[in-house]
Design a binder for this molecule. Structure first.
Ligand SMILES: [Zn+2]
Ligand SMILES: [Zn+2]
Length: 346
């Protein structure tokens, strides 16, 4: 795996090697995505399609009982992140020091976690992973994990997107068709406006056009079928499930708070990417943030609230299964993973 070849990538998205010929458009699209997303293996883009979705299908599942609701964390895979290229607002020695404190060094592996909620009457997914967009081996394991959990895509009644970035929405489609034929697709209206705007399809404000093309590819079949159901403001979407807009990372980024018989969990999306860095230093942002200052402010405000509420949270990019609590420290915050239950009936 070729590592560390992105050191010349500036800390903003950069259009790279987007080839125009149709014969290699697909590979170039993947390449552009990988580079834009800070992924460091370029060899993977040229590999043939594999059965990565079905490999290791018995792993990557984590069940958590929340009152009446059963939550199953589904690993969509993990991807390497070149944090020297991606993080903003902190010096490289500071970032390296924080990583070393957690026994890590860049590149750091980021989980892509999606979450299945069985309410008894509805079967809800929170985010759907990257699908085919990052190439074989890089995400796209969600459907295998869903089948391993005993469910099929047609069983899903609702999908809650924390935002429209490809690693959360790419799994909506396969070969241009909707993967989830019956699901209502809930997403913040400002993300629909931002990512689908015709005027943004060539990129905007230094934000790579691949994001807009991929978002359009992911949402279009659901828009055409009437499954796309955008919301604005704090909205109760289903009994016990509330959308809470938290803009910054993207304009329509949202938390989802789920309450089942007195217990609650909050799905916090991309308010945090790097546990070892952004809990102690919430002001450090990442190139994926559409509005860097707003993303940093939102993280600080939400960490304060989640810590003070002692809220259980579920995060897509914290190490699988990404469930735990935010703790206020003397300076900054830390993340405390949930304890482990593996007892029948628990
Ligand atoms: Zn994101
Ligand atoms: Zn993400």
């Amino acid at each position: 795996m070729a590592m560390g070849n992105l050191t010349d990538v500036p800390t903003s998205f950069r259009q790279v090697s987007m080839n125009k010929t149709s014969a290699i458009r697909s590979a170039a699209f993947v390449l552009s995505t990988l580079v834009a997303a800070g992924f460091t293996s370029l060899a993977a883009a040229a590999e043939p399609a594999s059965t990565a979705v079905t490999q290791h299908a018995q792993t990557g599942l984590y069940r958590y009982q929340l009152g009446d609701f059963e939550i199953t964390v589904l690993s969509d895979g993990s991807v390497p992140q070149d944090l020297h290229a991606l993080l903003k607002g902190g010096s490289q020695p500071e970032v390296d020091g924080l990583l070393a404190r957690s026994f890590l060094a860049s590149p750091v592996e980021a989980s892509i976690n999606a979450f299945l909620i069985d309410t008894g009457s509805r079967l809800v997914l929170v985010d759907v992973g990257a699908g085919d967009f990052f190439g074989p081996g890089y995400g796209g394991k969600l459907l295998g994990r869903l089948r391993a959990a005993g469910k099929s895509p047609a069983d899903i009644t609702d999908i809650l997107l924390t935002h429209v970035h490809t690693d959360h929405s790419g799994g909506l489609v396969h070969e241009g068709k909707a993967v989830f034929p019956k699901a209502a697709l809930h997403v913040g209206q400002p993300d629909v406006d931002f990512f689908l705007a015709p005027a943004h399809q060539q990129g905007v404000g230094g934000y790579d056009k691949a994001y807009f093309a991929q978002a359009t590819a992911a949402l279009t079949p659901y828009k055409a079928s009437g499954q796309l159901q955008p919301f604005s403001g704090v909205t109760t979407l289903l009994p016990g499930i509330t959308a809470i807009p938290t803009p910054g990372h993207t304009p329509g980024h949202a938390f989802y708070r789920v309450e089942g018989r007195g217990q609650a969990i909050t799905f916090i999306g991309d308010v945090v990417h790097v546990q070892a860095v952004q809990f102690p230093q919430p002001a450090i942002t990442i190139t994926y943030d559409v509005d860097q200052p707003a993303a940093a402010q939102q993280r600080q405000a939400q960490f304060e609230k989640l810590a003070s509420d002692r809220a259980l949270v579920a995060a897509p990019h914290l190490p699988f299964p990404g469930l735990g609590h935010v703790r206020q420290e003397k300076t900054g915050f830390s993340f405390v993973p949930v304890d482990h239950h593996d007892r029948d009936g628990q």
